[in-house]
Ligand binder design. Structure first.
Ligand code: SF4
Ligand code: MG
Length: 337
């Protein structure tokens, strides 16, 4: 099966008053139709910037410096702004935690939804209204028949977020980008939204990029996972391999941050000591070295490449330790890092 989205060696930089900073560095991944990729990492690791690059929503200060984004036969990095506007909201939809393209305060929910649906779904006005109400109900909005005629300021933040999700899903995009889509919502609504995304994927073969710091959401939704740290991919694998056999010390640290409530409600949420490096002062060598319990001399001076594991070429890891271990014990790549 052909790849539907191919991001190749993407590099994104932002202009700041202290100079240019690279916030996404040589990120590569592929996505097939109907497939879901999860992107995890702490905030500031380049997850959101990666997804905003696909939408080409980098603002005035952001720019794609290198690489390509092949989407459905087009290189998105080469399209004009007018061509991108046709793709956004139609072929590619995005859901934000804090809706950036927030609802327009001077129009009712219905006006805004109907315009979008009318534009992209080839429906009559009355069909579009019935469909909008149905979508609002699907995202768990009570009294959708009344709410559709309200103005956005009458709604709570959580309700507005659900309206945004209903709008993003209503055009049945072929690619849905969801950046922390359910973080601000309570668990019941969160589960409903995830179900809705799964149904969309099933019905419309939608490809999904889901960005989350919540590994539970990733485990439930993703087919494969990218782990990002300091603008780079540090590990990539299918979801089962990643959770069963994480190789990168950063990935392992993230896994240990999941609270094991069912085993011991007193257990503290473990988090990796230290912080994500400042983009203006990116450390030499491995970007994780000052937080890594396994760091060696080499880690401090030389940057590890992203390499495939010999017995699983879809599992890629950026860590010197793995390289050495494979040289020492080539037959046992499953040993603990
Ligand atoms: Fe840790 Fe070194 Fe691996 Fe970086 S390369 S993650 S510092 S062991
Ligand atoms: Mg983010």
């Amino acid at each position: 099966e052909k790849n539907f989205l191919e991001v190749d060696k993407l590099q994104v930089a932002f202009r700041t008053d202290k100079g240019e900073v690279v916030s996404v560095d040589e990120v590569t991944f592929q996505l097939k139709q109907g497939e879901t990729i999860g992107i995890v990492g702490e905030s500031g690791c380049g997850k959101s910037v990666t997804s905003l690059s696909v939408m080409r929503l980098l603002g005035r200060t952001g720019m794609i410096k290198k690489g390509s984004i092949q989407f459905n036969g087009k290189d998105l990095t080469k399209l004009s702004e007018a061509q991108m506007r046709e793709i956004r909201g139609n072929e590619i939809s995005m859901i934000f935690q804090e809706p950036m393209t927030s609802l327009n305060p001077v129009f009712t929910i219905g006006n805004q939804m109907l315009e979008l649906i009318h534009l992209h779904m080839n429906m009559s006005k009355s069909e579009a209204r019935a469909y909008a109400i149905e979508m609002l109900k699907k995202v768990g909005i009570p009294r959708a028949e009344q709410l559709i005629d309200e103005y956005p300021h009458k709604l709570s933040g959580g309700m507005r977020q659900r309206v945004m999700i209903a709008m993003a899903l209503s055009c049945k995009p072929s690619l849905l980008i969801a950046d922390e889509p359910t973080t601000a919502l309570d668990v019941t609504i969160q589960a409903q939204i995830l179900e809705l995304m799964k149904r969309l994927r099933q019905e419309s073969n939608t490809a999904i990029m889901i960005i989350s710091h919540d590994l539970g959401v990733i485990a439930e939704m993703a087919d494969k996972v990218l782990v990002m740290y300091a603008g780079q991919v540090v590990e990539e694998a299918d979801v089962f391999t990643l959770f069963d056999e994480p190789k990168h010390p950063y990935t392992k640290g993230l896994m240990e941050s999941i609270p094991h409530l069912e085993h011991d409600s007193q257990k503290k949420l473990f988090s990796i000591p230290g912080t994500v490096p400042n983009l203006h002062m990116m450390p030499k060598g491995c970007r994780f070295h000052d937080r890594c319990p396994y760091a060696t001399e080499k880690c401090v001076t030389e940057q590890p490449p992203l390499l495939s594991i010999p017995d699983n070429h879809n599992h890629r890891v950026r860590c010197w330790l793995l390289d050495e271990q494979q040289q020492q014990t080539p037959t046992d790549s499953r040993s603990e890092v």
